[in-house]
Write a protein that binds this ligand. Structure first.
Ligand SMILES: *Cc1c(COP(=O)(O)O)cnc(C)c1O
Length: 474
């Protein structure tokens, strides 16, 4: 029996001494302070070093002081410097120190946000965030929010609410009867809808072959004039912010037509819904208030920490009945029971960081944040054009699509940018052409960072061209 560790004594000693937390803090501070002196993407060597983590499940209890140090020594350099100033990959946001600090505190709380009785503070902050978001986005007063991991999950919830509501109105209780023999619903979406929308539709049993895909214009916006006939058994999915161009669907027209037909409209506004937060971009989101459900990320444009997405639904009972887990008649408690609005039961209290982020920025700060991202995207486009790169989209919001002329050169330049370490962008395909996709998503990016990054583009092109000439002369 002597070889059994006394876990109570050992773990209690970690708790009493608190040295681990000081150690973690010191590693974290070093990480923050050296973020600007390292390549944005980890070097091949640091990635190879990750093999130190490959070991069988250890038998003995570990010494946290040693493995925290290991995590910092090998883990920190193998992170992507996404919280720095020059990460432009995918559509990923930065993070504010205020929210990270609040999250540290909440990590120590380790709350389960499923029910009010499990965590009154998490429930209260969810209620506050819900009110603030409905106010900021100017959505109908009845709108309720579910706090989920991201827009993928938020879209799934919104579309589940739509499906159940539309079928219930047609006299079909999908919760009890399932989809076999259910009345048919029409699903209408733009051909440029995000991949996660297709995933959600597939999970919900709609079948990708059954969707009506509406043509889009040169910027990826749904052509409202091409909408099919809508009726009371139609679900329309529109988009605020195309992941490539950043363009917004024409909501006034789409929602106007849908309202007349009593169709349900869901808006995927993962990063674009925040356009509503600035007077300068609000025209892009005009009409969203006429939709029925919305999905949005706080971890993109708003710069809240991962993972933080929100589903918003005008009709509380539609959302709750789609996400119920008992099938029993819905009972609203006196307090907010968060699991009524999410697919999960147990969940961490992500409302803490969301609340801290919203409180840190305030309305004015959000406006400045959104304007800053848009201004830097425009600056990128202007400066790159001066350097004879081709910009393939209009700058609607924070996205810039860059081509170097032919696809082979574009891809070669992208590879040079990615290995160069000054900044990081991803690649994409737009209207059949390879592009470098710039997504300006962090509060931390300054005009100076844009200039440095444009120079990195120019240098990358020089290197790519010289490699091409060498190959040709061989
Ligand atoms: C990022 C994104 C999603 C997916 O959101 P996650 O938070 O990654 O789940 C959906 N739609 C659009 C338009 C996006 O940009």
């Amino acid at each position: 029996m002597t070889d059994k560790p006394d876990i109570h004594r050992i773990i209690r000693s970690h708790l009493t001494a608190k040295a681990l937390f000081d150690q973690a803090r010191s590693h974290a501070f070093e990480y923050m302070d050296t973020l600007h002196d390292r390549p944005v993407y980890p070097s091949p060597e640091t990635l190879e070093n990750l093999s130190v983590f490959d070991e069988p499940l250890p038998d003995a209890m570990g010494d946290p002081e040693k493995f925290l140090a290991l995590l910092h020594e090998y883990g920190s350099p193998a992170t992507v410097a996404q919280t720095g100033n020059r990460y432009f990959g995918f559509v990923n946001g930065g993070v504010t120190p205020a929210a990270v600090a609040a999250k540290w505190l909440a990590d120590v709380w380790d709350q389960n946000a499923g029910l009010f009785v499990m965590s009154p503070i998490a429930a209260r902050l969810e209620a506050v965030c819900e009110r603030w978001l409905v106010d900021l986005f100017e959505l109908p007063e009845t709108t309720r929010a579910g706090f989920v991991s991201g827009t993928s999950s938020a879209t799934l919830c919104g579309l589940a609410a739509a499906r159940n509501f539309l079928l219930a109105r047609a006299g079909w209780d999908v919760h009890q009867k399932g989809l076999n023999k259910a009345p048919e619903l029409k699903v209408v979406l733009g051909e440029e809808a995000h991949s996660t929308v297709f995933k959600a539709l597939s999970l919900l049993g709609f079948g990708l072959d059954n969707l009506i895909r509406v043509k889009t214009d040169g910027q990826g916006r749904m052509k409202a004039s091409d909408l099919p006939n809508l009726d009371a058994a139609t679900l329309v999915i529109a988009q605020a912010g195309n992941v490539n161009t950043g363009a917004f669907d024409p909501f006034h027209e789409i929602c106007g037509k849908a309202q007349k037909a009593r169709a349900w409209v869901h808006i995927d506004g993962a990063f674009g819904l925040w356009a509503q937060g600035s007077e300068n971009t609000k025209h892009l989101t005009g009409g969203i208030e006429k939709a029925d459900s919305w999905s949005v990320d706080a971890h993109k444009t708003l710069n809240a920490p991962y993972d933080c997405g929100i589903v918003l639904c005008r009709d509380e009972s539609a959302l709750v009945s789609a996400l119920q887990n008992t099938g029993a008649y819905i009972q609203y408690g006196q307090h907010r029971d968060s699991m009524l609005y999410t697919p999960e039961m147990s969940r961490r209290a992500r409302s803490v960081e969301l609340w801290a982020t919203l409180k840190c920025f305030g309305r004015k700060g959000i406006e400045n944040l959104v304007d800053g991202l848009c201004n830097n995207a425009r600056l990128f486009a202007q400066e790159l054009e001066k350097q004879e790169f081709h910009i393939l989209n209009d700058i609607h919001f924070n996205q810039v699509l860059v081509s170097c002329g032919d696809d082979a050169l574009t891809q070669a330049v992208l590879a040079e940018i990615q290995s160069g370490g000054v900044c990081w962008c991803g690649g994409s395909v737009w209207k059949g052409r390879s592009v470098i996709r710039i997504s300006v998503c962090s509060w931390a990016t300054s005009a100076q960072d844009v200039h440095m990054s444009v120079k990195a583009f120019v240098d990358a092109r020089t290197r790519a061209l010289s490699k091409q000439t060498k190959k040709e002369s061989k």
